[in-house]
Design a binder for this molecule. Structure first.
Ligand code: BGC
Length: 749
């Protein structure tokens, strides 16, 4: 392919416009006359969904076989960017093998409510974890010469009315929660494309949102790549182009092409704007062509990788009396339709045709040939109600076994792209079965398969719970590995499991009224909410057990005070105090000790996963810097640090933080507030530069002189006058308006 500059000169206007949309459902437009080929763009994120026959973008029709990797919700629980990188490499290779130039992933919207039908694709409720895992995925895929797409930019946090809903989000929440993950991934991994979402953000469709696409994504974060629309997520393509959209997918209708030309002729869009977008398209195509390499499909290796990923990601939620791992000669009842029909992926555009799927019972028999295994179906996946014969057969199996393992979770129809869940429950028959089994066998284990948090009304009746999520095509082997101790679980929840839907932060403001959804819980999303309110969820963010135990000790910090542009290093020690090797995710959260603005009790700022042999200790270090202490200041429209002391907490979960250390941070540049005559005395009293000036002026008036210099037993004058307005000084004959104006000019920036 010739150089982009040469091609830009030779393309006609019509050809340029045609390049701004796809060709068919999955390709870019070819211009044969100039040797510009068409490249293929497919889903993503957990396998290569290349359709060669019937085509659709909601996962209804067949695609070629490709490895089905664990869903985003699952791999996020590995808390291991290196694994995401490895998964990305394998996906990149399969995309190359299928001649796919752009893989549509990672999906990385924040899990605002557990009900979002697409939570199974998304990574976390926390933007820091989301951003770093997404960046690792992008780097992995792109290391193989295949482009990625961060999706869905932005605030696509519900499927309900996804194409019309207006996500109304205040600026600070937008920046700290809904954009921060994208910001990290853009800055860290240089993704080739970003996909604009279906919804509106603060009144403007994401594909036409110049504030998001041009001002923030490109100008502030320095994104160099191409913005592609979600499929059909353009309403006014010309307006999109003007506001930073480069490629509309899929293809354009004749009318759209005519509308674009008309917009050009009337001057709504300029040739320069068209050229900018065409250039980005040509760069994407040229890179795909030049980076293409014949790659064999390493299905067997990738199947093994899926098993590893799933094993490192599943979360052991409960394990009373160390019931797990099971002995390899135990007498075990395996119960539940879901044991035979394992759920390993979600529905919609991410749905892939797996290369092959594990059979759980076979895997168990292979791993534990001396175990005495009896299987009973218990319930039918397609039914929510009880079938007596199946139920009784399952109880009989449970009664006669040493251990009963019930496989339960969400049937496929319960969660998918395109619609949200209506509640957090698994089917009633499964809940009833688990309770009944636990009633006849005290050693009951539940293995859950679901894409998002569920309720567990039976939690106190069972001994152990393993959350397998949606583990990809080798999930059967991975579950067997964990049940029988071949793999020591090390996953930690990347989302909170609430006790009840009514406990969730967005409960009162989701899904909104008709097409308007106000994110009124603000920055208090996920554990930020539970920790700040002191609520106990069913399982907290960051929680996950192991077959061994870890002890945290010796936290140190190399400085007790830093200026905001300096760094401080926190170190601590973690020891494996059990008898088997294991991995631990060490989590660091920051707490602002005194703040003028509302801040969450804790915010995740660092994490690392370490492997420890029995008895082994390791020192873990984290380097803290500016953003770890910052919040988004809407006056100055930048991240800023409020000077003062912060507590750094470290531990194994957001609700278990045994270590802490303090650090004082001073600001390099003061966050300057603009005062008016309607500012309060209190705000100025809190400003160490402005307050002495105001005080000096106030002392000219006998009343304020008396209040500010007096010593009163019964009242604190500072508190008494805190809500008085500055204008009151101007209203006095002793001070007057001119002096007040003078004060304002002195204290304002
Ligand atoms: C989804 C995207 C997907 C696209 C193409 C849309 O329905 O929202 O995530 O990449 O279809 O299949």
């Amino acid at each position: 392919m010739r150089s982009v500059d040469v091609l830009l000169k030779e393309l006609t206007l019509e050809e340029k416009i045609s390049l701004l949309a796809g060709q068919g459902l999955w390709n870019t437009k070819a211009i044969e006359r100039l040797g510009i080929p068409s490249i293929m763009i497919t889903d993503g994120p957990i396998g290569v969904r290349k359709q060669t026959g019937g085509q659709d973008n909601v996962g209804l029709q067949k695609s070629v076989n490709s490895t089905c990797f664990p869903a985003g919700t699952t791999v996020a629980c590995s808390w291991d960017p290196e694994l995401l990188y490895e998964m990305g490499q394998a996906l990149g290779d399969e995309a190359q093998g299928q001649d796919v130039g752009v893989l549509l992933g990672p999906a990385m919207n924040i899990k605002r409510t557990p009900l979002c039908g697409r939570n199974f694709e998304y990574l976390s409720e926390d933007p820091y974890l989301t951003g770093h895992l997404a960046a690792a995925y992008v780097k992995g895929v792109q290391s193989r010469g295949v482009a990625t797409s961060l999706k869905h930019f932005a605030a696509n946090n519900q499927e309900c009315r996804r194409r019309s809903v207006n996500a109304v989000i205040d600026e600070r929440t937008l920046r700290e929660i809904y954009l921060a993950g994208f910001e990290i991934a853009v800055k860290e991994s240089d993704p080739a494309t970003v996909m604009s979402s279906y919804n509106r953000v603060n009144g403007v469709y994401a594909s036409e949102n110049g504030y998001l696409l041009n001002d923030i994504l490109r100008k502030e974060w320095g994104f160099q790549g191409l913005v592609v629309s979600d499929w059909d997520a353009t309403n006014d393509h010309a307006l999109g182009l003007k506001n930073g959209l480069d490629l509309r997918m899929p293809c354009l209708s004749g009318k759209d092409a005519r509308d674009m030309m008309a917009a050009y002729k009337t001057g709504t869009i300029t040739e320069e704007e068209i050229d900018t977008a065409v250039r980005r398209n040509l760069v994407l195509i040229k890179n795909a062509v030049e980076n293409h390499r014949e790659t064999p499909m390493a299905f067997e290796d990738h199947h093994a990788l899926v098993r590893k990923l799933a094993g490192e990601s599943m979360v052991l939620l409960k394990n009373s009396n160390h019931l797990l791992p099971l002995s390899r000669s135990a007498k075990v009842a395996i119960i539940g339709d879901m044991a035979q029909n394992l759920r390993y992926q979600g529905g919609g555009s991410s749905h892939v045709e797996p290369y092959k799927c594990d059979d759980l019972l076979k895997e168990i028999r292979m791993l534990a040939p001396n175990a005495d295994i009896r299987y009973a179906k218990g319930y039918s996946l397609e039914r929510d109600d009880r079938e007596d014969a199946l139920f009784e057969e399952a109880l009989d199996a449970a009664r006669t076994a040493e251990i009963a393992v019930v496989f339960a979770g969400l049937p496929e129809r319960y969660e998918s792209e395109g619609y949200d869940r209506e509640h957090m429950d698994i089917p009633p028959v499964q809940n009833a079965l688990i309770s009944a089994v636990a009633g006849v066998n005290p050693n009951t284990v539940v293995v859950l398969a679901n894409g998002a948090a569920v309720t567990m009304p039976w939690i106190d009746q069972v001994s152990a719970v393993l959350e397998s999520y949606l583990g990809g095509e080798a999930v059967g082997g991975a579950i067997a590995d964990i049940l029988f101790g071949q793999v020591n679980p090390s996953g930690k929840l990347a989302e909170t499991f609430p006790a009840d839907l009514r406990q969730t932060p967005a409960y009162l403001n989701y899904p909104g009224y008709q097409d308007r959804c106000e994110y009124r819980e603000g920055i208090f999303v996920g554990y930020r909410y539970y920790a700040t309110k002191g609520l106990r969820p069913l399982f907290p963010f960051g929680h996950g057990l192991s077959y061994t135990t870890f002890a945290y000790s010796d936290i140190r910090i190399d400085k007790t005070a830093i200026c905001e542009d300096e760094t401080a290093v926190v170190s601590l020690s973690v020891r494996n105090t059990g008898s088997v090797a294991g991995k631990e995710v060490v989590q660091l959260y920051v707490h602002d000790d005194q703040s003028q603005i509302p801040r969450p009790e804790i915010e995740l700022r660092h994490f690392t996963k370490i492997q420890l042999e029995p008895g082994e200790s390791k020192t873990v270090q984290f380097t803290l810097s500016f953003r770890d202490f910052a919040y988004f200041d809407t006056d100055s429209m930048r991240f800023a640090v409020e000077p003062g002391s912060f507590t750094i907490f470290v531990g194994p979960s957001s609700a278990d933080l045994p270590l802490q250390v303090s650090l004082t941070v001073t600001a390099r540049q003061k966050i300057r507030k603009t005062y008016t005559k309607y500012s309060t005395f209190g705000d100025i009293m809190a400003d160490e530069e402005a307050w002495p000036k105001m005080r000096a002026l106030a002392m000219k008036d006998p009343f304020y002189n008396m209040v500010f210099s007096g010593n009163f037993q019964n009242v604190d004058p500072a508190k008494l006058l805190a809500y008085n307005l500055l204008k009151e000084l101007g209203d006095t004959d002793t001070i007057g308006e001119a002096a007040l104006e003078q004060l304002l000019t002195e204290i304002n920036p």
